[in-house]
Design a protein around this ligand. Structure first.
Ligand code: SF4
Ligand code: SF4
Length: 218
């Protein structure tokens, strides 16, 4: 009974094999064709990422962390911060991709990922980047960014200096006006004395008023 069952189980694949019908794929050598809308492991274009961290902010599972990566462009991404994704938490919702203003983050078609350690499924920009600058290009860009920053700093310093120079005569004139005003003011004591005299005059009855009126009521 058992023998018959075993022979039957062997017979069926042999029959299929003789017909040339494919019954299974030899994974991982042969991968199935994925649909166009497949959301696989992210792909990052490090040459256009601006390091805005919008992807990290929108992620509902907080699995994106911004980390330093040197093969991007310091002209576009001043702090050289790029996304790192923890696939232990990612649910492949694609919100990070929709939110990216530079359209440099995409859902790729690679779906295989395995490792022995937890860190093996945390992918930094070095693993996500499908486009990046070479070391030479990155060094040239860094030098260019430095030159532009120095130029900007020099321009700002010159502007500040010019503003200070323009402000100096105006300040002098204001001081002069204040000084002149102070000189024209009567001394405090004299002003007080004048005030006292005025008050005394007001209180003293006028001599004419004090005189009894002649030929009063008759
Ligand atoms: S696909 Fe969704 S869960 Fe995964 S990193 Fe992007 S926003 Fe987060
Ligand atoms: S991948 Fe897009 S959203 Fe994320 S930091 Fe770069 S530019 Fe911003």
């Amino acid at each position: 009974m058992l023998k018959r069952k075993m022979l039957k189980n062997w017979g069926w694949p042999l029959r299929i094999a003789s017909r040339g019908t494919e019954v299974t794929r030899l994974y991982p050598e042969v991968m199935m064709e994925l649909p166009a809308a497949e959301r696989g492991i992210h792909e990052l274009d490090a040459t256009t990422c601006i390091g805005c961290a919008s992807c990290a902010r929108i992620c509902p599972n907080s699995c994106i962390e911004m980390v330093t990566y040197k093969y991007g462009s310091p002209l576009k991404n001043k702090k050289m911060q790029y996304p790192q994704i923890d696939y232990g938490r990612c649910m492949f919702c694609g919100l990070c991709v929709d939110e990216c203003p530079a359209e440099c983050l995409k859902m790729g078609k690679k779906v295989t990922m395995a490792g022995w350690e937890r860190e093996d499924i945390v992918r930094g920009p070095d693993k996500l980047a499908v486009k990046k600058f070479t070391a030479k290009e990155a060094a040239e860009l860094a030098a260019e960014a430095k030159r532009i920053a120095a130029e900007k700093a020099a321009a700002a310093a010159a502007k500040k200096k010019a503003a200070a120079k323009e402000g100096a005569p105006a300040e002098g004139a204001a001081k002069k006006v204040a000084k002149e005003g102070a000189e024209n003011k009567p001394p405090k004591k004299a002003v007080a004395k004048e005030g006292e005299n005025k008050e005394a005059n007001a209180q003293e009855p006028k001599k004419e008023d004090a005189k009894p009126t002649e030929g009063g009521a008759s």
